[in-house]
Design a protein around this ligand. Structure first.
Ligand SMILES: [Zn+2]
Ligand SMILES: [Zn+2]
Ligand SMILES: [Zn+2]
Length: 246
């Protein structure tokens, strides 16, 4: 399988509109500090799946020459993770969409004009798509209702995506996500900044250690990090277009 981080930014993206901090200035030059909103592309020899569809989806699909999507899985109903689904208008109809019942209920109210084909998926229950096994696990990300992380397994390799979440991941989920080959973790800020809804880099590092992740990459990154080339000396930050192949 091949995983591409299409977007590694937090909700406003980087640069933030109107901001002239060093990271946003660096991002305006087109460097790796520039971060579009969340979407992850998962590819196998059988097809292509999107995990979340942030508002920058049109740009991301053009940039990566993505011609067709076999399914979309949503982690939760925050606009920075689903609003870009509207970009399928007059491009691809009846897209298969997957997620928890409550999440689909909320998002499909917004995108029902596209008539996606709905697949309600229960927690902790593997399902197959494009020859890969996906499992949704419970995380905590207030005030989002029923947010999930996602495990992807190709039979040999295990990838864990936390989605947006706090460090206090429920015990059952912690059991399921042990020993991944790759952990893609929400780490919105360095520890100097206090946030409640997301993990900071210290918490994401601790999570990687607790589940014995072979490799970890941080995403959902804000402009509070130093410019990318400086920040990666301290933290394993992802960047838009970063690829992992197994
Ligand atoms: Zn988010
Ligand atoms: Zn800024
Ligand atoms: Zn969120």
């Amino acid at each position: 399988m091949k995983i591409t981080l299409l977007g590694t930014g937090d909700a406003p993206g980087t640069p933030v509109i109107g901001c002239s901090c060093p990271t946003c200035l660096d991002a305006r030059k087109g460097s790796k500090s520039r971060r579009t909103r969340c979407a992850i592309l998962v590819e196998s020899d059988k097809g292509t799946v999107l995990i979340d569809t942030g508002p920058d989806l049109r740009y991301q699909m053009l940039k990566h020459d993505i011609k067709h999507i076999d399914g979309v899985i949503w982690t939760h109903g925050h606009y920075d993770h689903f609003a870009g689904f509207s970009e399928f208008h007059r491009v691809q109809y009846k897209v298969d969409v997957f997620g928890l019942e409550e999440t689909l209920e909320y998002i499909l109210d917004y995108v029902k004009f596209l008539h996606p084909i709905r697949h309600d998926i229960p927690l902790n229950t593997p399902f197959e798509l494009i020859g890969l096994e996906f499992t949704l696990f419970e995380v905590i990300h207030p005030p989002a209702k029923n947010p999930v992380g996602i495990i992807i397994n190709d039979g040999k390799n295990k990838v864990v995506i936390t989605g947006d979440c706090q460090r206090n991941i429920p015990e059952k989920s912690m059991e399921l996500i042990q020993d991944p080959d790759l952990l893609i973790a929400d780490a919105i800020v360095p520890p100097s900044i206090n946030v409640k809804k997301h993990m900071n880099t210290t918490e994401a590092t601790d999570l990687a250690k607790c589940i014995a992740a072979k490799e970890v990459v941080f995403t959902h990154l804000s402009h509070y990090f130093k410019p990318h080339e400086e920040a990666i000396k301290e933290y394993p930050l992802g960047y838009d277009g970063m690829v992992f192949e197994f």
